[in-house]
Write a protein that binds this ligand. Structure first.
Ligand code: SF4
Ligand code: SF4
Ligand code: SF4
Ligand code: FES
Length: 943
């Protein structure tokens, strides 16, 4: 194995369809108009020396290394900033050019430390390469004059070092931060000899606006910005392309290795979801995979109050199977079930549901997608006929109006957030519908045209009011609707939304959004060109989550914004494989490919293939499993890679259900909160230790590749096979590719997917089959999957969770860039330096009324429970609304949330909880007890 090298073409690809032919060094080449001479040369295999150019961003033309001669033109233009022209004749190598390049390089080197042999970038330094390429043999200017060799290093960032003495002021880092990441954290201060790169106002990296995405480190051609791991352990010697295991963006990375040790994760330019960009999590926060708290030995105990006993894999698996069989013999087939993981691969998820349906003999399988995007499946299925986002991420480049509803892309889906910001800087307009002033509302060079700060729980009313304006002001795309949608249902819906009770003025009193903002936003979306909607959990995690998804789909159909690039309805998926876990049949009523278990034809096909009888009755959802456990009829659970105690609502109910079970089997990397209620702990594997695939928010199936052996001996899919065999339902696969072959054979939308195809094409978006052999980047192009698009009436029904004298504020929750979900991974990395604890955001007015000051401990109390955390006073939230993240188990925001849920899918209503906030002295008693217990577990693990 060797390092995967991607070609740097120097300047970005031109998208022009017009072609231009020119001659470079006597060879003819035809390239799209707008291509730079540098790129054209590179495409025919001629590398022109360069330092300030790189193909991730626009040319800058400052280093003067890339000069060329053009016949008939004076001077020596820079090839990176000079576009091709028809018929020109370019020379890239002449003695004049060689002389100039050597001179320029000599100046650079005369102010650069000559410690190449001991430099961390030795072997991976463009300055070193270019010195060689131009044939520099001597430096005539000594080091006696002014230079920058003694400048201090900035080591404030935990992941990379800024050694400014090595900086050649090429500004690649500054431009990467602006053009690729969109944070504008770096500047070049001073002029001429004095010019230096600095974060913010000459601050340390850690104190600046920098979000540690790593784009500048990747762009730097010298050792000025270098990953600390490279400094620590040296240059990598081989690399493997794989997929980030954090969020639903699905960034592709080169895992650059020394033996079995990861040196760095470098975003892969060929990754079609990320196009060479990354965020702090995927780029740097992978240290959890080798964290000392990982459990590497299987453990069992007969009671959850007993200490754990380490056992062999054989004993743990045999114990699991005998307990499950014993429970089923006594309480019936339906008394056990399992939960699949959206963090595991498609193949692993498929196996768990197959084990449950075929081996357990029931359909008691559910997934954590239940608690996030199940309303997406329902809502988009009803209206469009398929349960997934309609676009690829590239589509945003053609959007004219971007609507963000209940999503925080710069924190939750940062790489896509950067792509969105880029399009906004290019001139697209922005509408944000969110109770909070999220970063995207106002960020460098981006300002929302409309921010609709609705009260949590009123999404349906606001989206229906937008529809009211579109219908009553004659902004419907009638031709589109007549051709593509069911006209009768449209008329029915149009009459409904046109009712004056849905007008912006009528709903303002309970949504809190000024009517003129709703009217302006509706007009902009309907008339501003290509309109694309992106939404997140702020839409789905409500008692009317499914209704809001349908209301969004209605809006898109009414304005003709479905079925081409630049438009669409796009759920921003939370976990890396939440799309895949839904696709793979993780819900109790659906076989893989969203086909109902009661459908005889499909069920018989699976029965025949699996050689087993399948129950036609849908099984239990997670909340129903827990209810049944409390009632005594559900006693065994296999949980792969989920922590339902932390991630599911109403913690008390979850723990009561788990405590009532007789055999809870947890398969995970760490002793998570759910493991406190487990009888068997099976050590899981990280994404670095297995092969498989993830499916991202664009329906893109991408390979996960093993870069090291499983630390505990088995990959997660192999553990499921061991259980299946012990349950006498053997599943003899030798490699995940065989599992994918079976998925393809049984699932029409995956029929064309295979590992061979993924090796060849890098990735593919489902549906991929005979009708779409290359996959489907954009859905519903000529017609909706269900035939005619279906408008659904979306009556606003306020949640039963109401504010009142006792609980006067509304709590809503979300995530932060540096942490991920319940924090099991990110809290075990240096990312915690940015977010050590969950904080409560409260408006200055509400804080003052309660005598709360910045950083004070406050008690947050709802009808379900209470917790304490510290306050951040900010007008990002409106008066009456408070907000917190849920990354730290010592806070457990879900102690507060209620058991209200979406009417169609049971997705919990995380985003609306009536609460009271009051000053407190510190953590509450249960938090102190929890901290003591967690410390103890950490100590045991360390021993
Ligand atoms: S790490 Fe990212 S955000 Fe920070 S300075 Fe570099 S490019 Fe900008
Ligand atoms: S830090 Fe690196 S990328 Fe930035 S200006 Fe200096 S040499 Fe160029
Ligand atoms: S945006 Fe998501 S997928 Fe990409 S690197 Fe960050 S966490 Fe990973
Ligand atoms: S690479 Fe063209 S001027 Fe620097």
């Amino acid at each position: 194995m060797s390092l995967v090298h991607e070609i740097d073409y120097g300047t970005p690809l031109s998208k022009s369809e017009k072609m231009v032919t020119l001659t470079i060094d006597g060879q003819e080449i035809t390239v799209p108009e707008g291509t730079s001479i540098m790129r054209a040369a590179m495409e025919m295999g001629t590398q022109i020396p360069k330092l300030c150019a790189t193909d991730m961003m626009d040319a800058w033309g400052s280093c003067r290394m890339c000069l060329v001669e053009i016949e008939g033109r004076n001077g020596t233009p820079a090839s990176c900033t000079t576009p091709v022209a028809p018929g020109i004749k370019v020379k890239t190598q002449t003695s004049r050019l060689a002389e100039i390049r050597k001179g320029v390089m000599e100046l650079y080197i005369s102010d650069h430390p000559l410690d190449c042999l001991t430099c961390a970038a030795n072997g991976d330094c463009e300055l070193q390469d270019m010195a060689g390429a131009v044939g520099l043999r001597e430096v005539r200017y000594g080091y006696e004059g002014d230079n920058h060799l003694g400048l201090d290093k900035d080591t404030s960032n935990p992941y990379f070092t800024f050694d400014t003495s090595k900086c050649i002021v090429c500004s690649r880092c500054v431009r990467a931060c602006e053009e690729v990441q969109g944070t504008f954290a770096l500047t070049i201060s001073g002029r001429g000899f004095e010019s230096r790169v600095s974060p913010g106002m000459d601050e340390a990296f850690f104190d600046s606006e920098c979000v540690s995405c790593g784009a500048c480190v990747q762009a730097c051609p010298t050792a000025t910005l270098t990953e600390n791991k490279v400094i620590e352990i040296g240059q990598p010697e081989h690399s493997v392309v794989t997929t980030c295991a954090y969020c639903g963006v699905g960034c592709a990375f080169k895992a650059e290795m020394r033996g079995e040790e990861v040196v760095r994760m470098v975003p892969y330019k060929d990754g079609k979801a990320n196009r060479g960009h990354s965020c702090v999590k995927g780029r740097f926060a992978w240290g959890y995979a080798t964290h000392k708290e990982r459990i590497l030995k299987p453990m069992i105990r007969s009671k959850i109050t007993d200490p754990w006993k380490e056992v062999s894999w054989e004993e743990a698996i045999a114990y699991t199977a005998s307990e499950f069989k014993r429970i089923q013999a006594k309480h019936g087939k339906a008394s056990i079930g399992g939960i699949t993981s959206s963090r595991c691969t498609n193949e692993e998820t498929y196996l768990v549901q197959k084990l449950i349906r075929g081996g357990f003999g029931n359909n008691n399988v559910d997934t954590c997608a239940r608690v996030c995007h199940s309303p997406t499946g329902y809502g988009l299925g009803q209206t469009f006929g398929t349960s997934a986002g309609t676009q690829d991420f590239d589509s945003v480049e053609d959007s004219d109006v971007i609507v963000v509803i209940g999503a925080n892309p710069t924190d939750g889906h940062p790489v896509f957030g950067s792509r969105m910001k880029k399009r906004l800087r290019e001139g697209a307009r922005l509408i944000v519908i969110d109770p909070r002033k999220t970063d995207i509302v106002r960020t460098p060079h981006v300002e929302a045209d409309y921010h609709l700060p609705l009260l949590p729980g009123t999404n349906v009313a606001v989206v229906t009011a937008l529809a009211h304006v579109i219908v009553t002001e004659g902004l419907v795309a009638e031709d589109y609707v007549r051709e593509r949608c069911d006209w009768d249902e449209f008329q029915n819906w149009a009459a409904f939304v046109a009712d004056p009770r849905h007008s912006p003025e009528a709903v303002e009193q309970y949504t809190g959004v000024p009517a003129e903002l709703v009217r302006g936003a509706a007009r902009l979306y309907a008339t501003g060109g290509n309109g694309a909607i992106y939404y997140g959990l702020g839409v789905t995690e409500h008692s009317q989550g499914s209704t809001t998804v349908m209301a969004i789909a209605n809006l898109a159909m009414a304005t003709g914004n479905i079925g081409r690039r630049g438009v669409g309805v796009n759920p921003l998926r939370g976990q890396n494989n939440v799309q895949g876990s839904c696709d793979m049949g993780s819900f109790p009523h659906e076989l893989p490919g969203y086909r109902h278990i009661a459908g005889d034809e499909v069920r018989h096909m699976f029965e025949e293939f699996w050689g087993v009888h399948l129950d036609k009755e849908p099984g239990l959802r997670i909340p129903n499993m827990l209810d049944a456990a409390v009632e005594g009829s559900f006693l065994g659970l296999y949980v792969q890679g989920e922590d339902i105690v932390q991630s599911d609502p109403d913690t008390k109910h979850v723990t009561a259900g788990l405590a009532a079970m007789e055999c809870v089997v947890v398969q995970d990397l760490f002793l998570n909160e759910t493991a406190n209620y487990a009888h068997v702990f099976l050590p899981g594997s990280s994404f670095l230790e297995k092969d498989g695939t993830f499916t991202n928010a664009e329906r893109r199936i991408q390979r996960v590749r093993k870069v090291m052996a499983p630390k505990a001996g088995y990959a997660d899919w192999e553990i499921t096979l061991l259980i299946a065999e012990a349950m006498e339902f053997p599943m003899p696969y030798e490699h995940p590719s065989q599992i994918m072959d079976e998925i393809a054979r049984l699932t029409p939308s995956f029929a064309g997917v295979s590992y061979e195809k993924l090796e060849r094409d890098g990735s593919v978006q489902w549906p991929c089959n005979d009708k779409a052999p290359e996959g489907t980047p954009i859905m519903h192009i000529d017609h909706f999957v269900r035939g005619k698009g279906r408008f659904m009436v979306t009556e606003y029904i306020p949640t039963d969770e109401r504010t009142g004298a006792r609980f006067p504020l509304l709590l809503t929750t979300g995530r932060i860039l540096s942490q991920y979900n319940v924090g099991a991974q990110t809290r075990r990395t240096e990312n915690s330096m940015w977010h050590e604890e969950d904080r409560l955001e409260i408006h200055p007015h509400d804080a003052e009324q309660r005598g709360i000051r910045e950083h004070d401990w406050v008690r947050l109390e709802s009808r379900s429970g209470s917790t304490s955390l510290r306050a951040t006073i900010t007008d990002r939230v409106a008066p009456g609304v408070v907000y917190t993240t849920f990354h730290h188990p010592s806070t457990q925001a879900n102690v507060i949330t209620t058991d209200f849920s979406d009417w169609a899918t049971n997705c919990p209503e995380y985003k609306v909880t009536a609460v009271q906030v009051m000053p407190s002295n510190g953590p509450s008693q249960w938090q102190e007890e929890y901290e003591a217990m967690a410390k103890n577990s950490r100590r045991i693990a360390a021993e």
